[in-house]
Structures are given as C-alpha cells and as structure tokens.
Design a protein around this ligand. Structure first.
Ligand code: UDP
Length: 315
C-alpha cells in the first residue's frame, strides 16, 4: 500500500486514476478545486476509508499532514474551451504556481512526483509524428499559450527541482485521450460529437475537418501513467503517451455518426486560432522503457464511451 496524492483528482483522467489506485488498496488523497472536475466522478470511492477528498486550488501552497510516497500532478483544465478566455491567467498560474507548490510538497515529504504534461507543448508541429526530442513550435502570444507555455514552464520547473533539489521526478506528455468520465459539456471533440449525435444535433466540424488527432482510450492511458510512476529511479522522461493511430476530425465525425445513427448533419464552424493541423505521438520510448502500447482501438473505445454517455443521459 502506498500513500498517494492526486491533484486534479476529480477530473476526467484524475478520477479514473483515483479509482484504480484506491481499488488496488492504496491510500489516495484527491485534491481538486472542481473547476472542471466533479464529485460525481469519484462518487463510487467517496466512502472508502482509504480515500480522502480535499477541496483546494493548487495555485495556493498545499500542506498535507500525512505521509506521502507519490504525487500525481494532473491539476489543470485541459479542454481548450475551459482554459482559454477568462480562465487563461488562472491556467498559467495552475501550471506554474501549482507545479512549484506540488514540487515543494514532494520535496518536503521526499515523495516521487509525476507531471502530466501534454502534446500541446509541441504546438503546431513541424516534425511528424512527434518524438520527445522535438522542441515544438508554440505561438507564445496566442489563445492556447496559457496552456502550452504554462505546461512548458511546468516541465522546466520539474527538471530544475530534479537537478537542483534532488526531487525524484517523472514527466509524461499526454496526447488526446477519451473515455468514460469525460465531461459531456467540456467542448472536446470526442465528447462533443457523441453528445451531438445522441441529441440529434449538428456535428460541429471546426475548419474543413482535415486536421488530425490520435485518440487514446482512457484505460490504456491510466495504465501507462501508473507504469511510468513505477519505472526505475532516474528515468525522468519526458515520455509521449497516446495512441499513435491518426484520424482526421472528419473521419472521427463519420465514425461516431455511423455508430449512433440518427439525423445529425455535419456543420462547418470556423477553425479556432492556433488549432494544430496534425498530431501523432511517436511512442517508441514508452514501448521500450515501459513495455507499453495501447490495446483499445478507436472502434471499441468509442463503443464504450458512447455507452457511458447514453447511461449518463438516462440518469
Ligand atoms: N473540434 C471540432 N469540433 C468540435 C470540437 C473540436 O472539429 O466540436 C476539433 C478541434 O478544432 C481540433 C480537434 O477537434 O482540431 C481536437 O479538439 P479538442 O478540443 O478535442 O482537443 P485539442 O487537441 O485541440 O486540444
């Protein structure tokens, strides 16, 4: 049994991680401000004596008066519609002040700490697929910069705490992920398309739909995050994690429509600024160092996700 802190623990990935680690017999302390997460996501473990929820924004320093072995830092809104606009400054603060606060916590407790970074640090990638050595092509003053540059700064903080403060760090870069516990209203493409098709509404394609993403099912992603945390000391990453099978957004829309049926039509909306044209992880490093590759392909993963949203709609 380990004592584990998960920041961002009521969000999509955080809640899936909390549930897995509690069910494996660990003590889990979940920290979240519930800006994009929700207590509903962790309802099934809320009464477990090994689980504790703390309502806290990691922009503020975090004290925990229990032993801590491991910290997973997942706190940050991850959907463009949630991190842009009026929440953009708080997003940068979450990445930067939040990282400092969790790194200080790790240092104090001598805990191992894993940062969930993002494929967004590659910006509009010139190199395709993206390897970890690619340094990216981010617009530092664009609408996505609060997230992209915030996450880049977080990586630099993690590596400075490792180099200068002796903190035992791990960094993963998460590519697009989908599955149960996504917030139906959070604006991301998989949840939007499924919810729109289920409601018989138009499927909103931004731009011409030729931009690509590579979609990883949540269980595969949680598995590799846990493996990274357990990897040999000194293997810091960063490691790309995601499913390398690439689809255009239009292909995704047609796939969702063919599964759900109904009368929805494809509707074109303007492409948001700085929306990356292509994205595909090179996962050679994860395969070699963590013995991992995704098992659930998009067809099966979409079926499970559609079933989740149907059940949620009927509650
Ligand atoms: N997208 C879309 N329709 C939507 C939501 C998103 O066409 O209703 C597109 C978006 O422009 C982007 C891709 O789908 O090219 C993935 O968007 P998402 O917000 O899921 O994640 P991102 O990879 O951009 O962070």
């Amino acid at each position: 049994m380990k004592n584990i802190v998960i920041t961002g623990g009521t969000g999509f990935l955080g809640s899936n991680l909390c549930i897995r680690l509690v069910n494996e017999g660990n003590r889990v302390i979940c920290v979240d401000n519930n800006y994009t997460g929700s207590l509903e996501n962790i309802a099934e473990i809320a009464d477990n004596p090994n689980f504790k929820f703390i309502l806290h924004d990691i922009i503020e320093p975090l004290e925990i008066d229990e032993p801590i072995d491991e910290i997973y830092n997942l706190a940050c809104p991850a959907s463009p519609s949630a991190y842009q606009g009026k929440h953009s400054i708080a997003t940068t603060k979450t990445c930067v002040f939040g990282s400092i606060n969790v790194l200080e916590l790790a240092k104090k407790h001598n805990a191992r700490i894993l940062q969930t970074s993002t494929s967004e640090i590659y910006g509009e990638p010139i190199e395709h697929p993206q390897t970890e050595t690619y340094r990216g092509n981010v617009n530092p003053i664009g609408l996505r910069a609060c997230y992209d540059e915030g996450k880049r700064c977080a990586e630099s903080l993690f590596f400075d705490y490792w180099r200068h403060e002796g903190v035992d760090i791990k960094v993963v870069r998460i590519f697009n992920t989908y599955g149960p516990k996504m917030n139906p209203g959070d604006g991301r493409v998989v949840s939007n398309f499924i919810v729109q098709a289920l409601n018989g509404e138009d499927i909103t394609i931004y731009g011409d739909g030729s931009q690509t993403r590579s979609f990883c099912y949540v269980d595969d992603l949680i598995e590799v995050i846990v493996r990274m945390m357990a990897s040999e000391k000194g293997f810091t990453g960063p490691v790309n994690i995601g499913n390398p099978v690439e689809f255009t957004i239009k292909e995704l829309a047609n796939k969702v429509l063919s599964k759900i049926g109904g009368n929805s039509k494809l509707a074109r909306l303007p492409l948001p600024s700085d929306d990356p044209t292509q994205r595909q992880p090179d996962i050679t490093l994860a395969k070699e160092k963590l013995g991992w590759e995704p098992k659930t392909m998009l067809n099966e993963g979409l079926d499970k996700t559609i079933a989740y949203f149907k059940e949620k709609a009927n509650k």
